[in-house]
Design a protein around this ligand. Structure first.
Ligand SMILES: *[C@@H]1O[C@H](CO)[C@@H](O)[C@H](O)[C@H]1NC(C)=O
Ligand SMILES: *[C@@H]1O[C@H](CO)[C@@H](O)[C@H](O)[C@H]1NC(C)=O
Ligand SMILES: *[C@@H]1O[C@H](CO)[C@@H](O)[C@H](O)[C@H]1NC(C)=O
Ligand SMILES: *[C@@H]1O[C@H](CO)[C@@H](O)[C@H](O)[C@H]1NC(C)=O
Ligand SMILES: *[C@@H]1O[C@H](CO)[C@@H](O)[C@H](O)[C@H]1NC(C)=O
Ligand SMILES: *[C@@H]1O[C@H](CO)[C@@H](O)[C@H](O)[C@H]1NC(C)=O
Ligand SMILES: *[C@@H]1O[C@H](CO)[C@@H](O)[C@H](O)[C@H]1NC(C)=O
Ligand SMILES: *[C@@H]1O[C@H](CO)[C@@H](O)[C@H](O)[C@H]1NC(C)=O
Length: 360
């Protein structure tokens, strides 16, 4: 079974690579695929959205599977509404009413989620072509983007650099750095990767995965998923993952599933990383830890996926993957009590996260 899966995966990988290279040449010469690899740990990216398109890591028997959801053809990312694997920004997550005021100046943003702005607007950072820097060997790559004053309504020029790097054994580090050049602006970048540790094409979905979060509180939201400004204890709610819990065990208590920001217990915005989450899948034995310097993590159980055609003929349905997005809190620009996301000219935003994979 396992080796068959591996073989089929290999064939799909060949079709995927040759297929996309041909269409790339025809459609847009600026969009390419890049690969990082160390031993049996490998991943692919595209500079369209600085997107992680695949990540392959052994299970407990050494069998390899691609454990992130994504598209067969890189051009499918252009029409995408899922944000699969992209770097979202300038401000990840939602801004209520698509507006905010900063030091007396109010900014009207592009609304793309009802009356709200989601993941940077209609054309956020996951929908632009990034430049590639520092792709010298197969262990790291940096994508850069210059965001202009007024892009999707946000103030000031902003330079952004995202570096993916393999470190140690089966660890992927993402460093997101942004510099405001001429005006203060909110910045909140996040990796919107959808995980299924049993393999992206596994039809069982993620309800049987076990999740632990290093969070005692969450930020409640209204029916449009905009925070009401409160910080509430997870105790005695379906949001409680302080000890490892099967994701599906209480999901039906919630409308649609999980789509909520957690307040991490150790939220230094400093240099050192704190453990934020652990995700485990029993059949494969795969285990993923997430470490970050950010104050929050969004848990989204892919509630809106509806038969999306993915890599290798996979069909992704509701709950086919889980997003664990380290971030600042949603709608922080409108809640002074939430940790500030404002970056002043000359200041640098620094978001670091590490995924550590093992199998047991
Ligand atoms: C890669 O996986 C194969 C098959 O399980 C194994 O034989 C090999 O030792 C692994 N290589 C590394 C570098 O771990
Ligand atoms: C993307 O969407 C547009 C408009 O909805 C459509 O015209 C176009 O054919 C789509 N492209 C792909 C590659 O699906
Ligand atoms: C707001 O204005 C004050 C006074 O001019 C200044 O000190 C502060 O840095 C400004 N804040 C932002 C976010 O621009
Ligand atoms: C958007 O705001 C308008 C005006 O306040 C309101 O009528 C409409 O119902 C809102 N739309 C959504 C999707 O919330
Ligand atoms: C890859 O390049 C980076 C930076 O140039 C360096 O730190 C790293 O050691 C290199 N890795 C390998 C395997 O050569
Ligand atoms: C901001 O960006 C615009 C357009 O890219 C450019 O013309 C302008 O010189 C930039 N200003 C600063 C201060 O970087
Ligand atoms: C959690 O809730 C239970 C039942 O409502 C209560 O007995 C307990 O004291 C609470 N624990 C904490 C840490 O708040
Ligand atoms: C949080 O910080 C405290 C104090 O430094 C430390 O003891 C604890 O292990 C940390 N918890 C996590 C989940 O990082």
């Amino acid at each position: 079974m396992g080796s068959c899966k591996l073989f089929v995966g290999f064939i799909f990988a060949i079709i995927f690579l040759t297929g996309t290279h041909q269409t790339t040449a025809k459609k847009d010469k600026r969009i390419h695929i890049y690969q990082l690899q160390k031993g049996n740990f490998s991943m692919k990216f595209t500079n369209y959205g600085a997107t992680l398109i695949s990540l392959v890591v052994p299970d407990r028997n050494g069998m390899l599977d691609d454990i992130v959801l994504g598209y067969e053809n890189i051009h499918d990312y252009k029409n995408d509404t899922t944000y699969f694997g992209g770097i979202v920004g300038r401000v990840a997550n939602r801004i209520g009413g698509a507006q905010f005021c900063l030091n007396g100046t109010c900014y009207k943003l592009v609304a793309n989620d009802g009356n709200n702005t989601l993941h940077g607007g209609k054309v956020g950072f996951s929908d632009v072509i990034w430049s590639v820097k520092n792709y010298q060997n197969d262990s790291q790559i940096t994508f850069t983007y210059n965001s202009f004053d007024g892009e999707e309504g946000f103030p000031g020029n902003l330079t952004v650099a995202v570096t993916y790097q393999i470190i140690g054994t089966n660890k992927l580090q993402i460093k997101m750095v942004a510099k405001a050049l001429n005006k203060p602006t909110p910045v909140n970048l996040a990796s919107d990767t959808y995980w299924n540790l049993a393999g992206h094409a596994d039809t069982g979905g993620i309800l049987s995965h076990r999740l632990q979060l290093y969070a005692q509180n969450y930020t409640p939201v209204d029916s449009n998923l905009i925070p009401n400004g409160q910080i509430r204890s997870v105790n005695d709610t379906a949001y409680d993952f302080r000890t490892p819990q099967i994701i599906g065990s209480r999901i039906h208590e919630l409308p649609g599933g999980y789509d909520i920001n957690y307040v991490l217990v150790n939220s230094s915005k400093g240099k050192h990383l704190n453990k934020a989450a652990v995700l485990e899948e029993e059949n494969s034995g795969r285990w993923m830890e997430i470490w970050t310097n950010q104050p929050g993590i969004q848990v989204y159980t892919a509630n809106n996926l509806n038969r999306v055609k993915g890599k290798g003929g996979a069909i992704y349905r509701k709950y086919a993957g889980v997003c664990l997005e380290t971030q600042g809190f949603p709608d922080s620009v409108n809640y002074p009590k939430f940790p500030s996301q404002i970056v002043n000219p000359g200041q640098t935003y620094q978001h670091t996260m590490v995924y550590r994979f093992t199998a047991r």
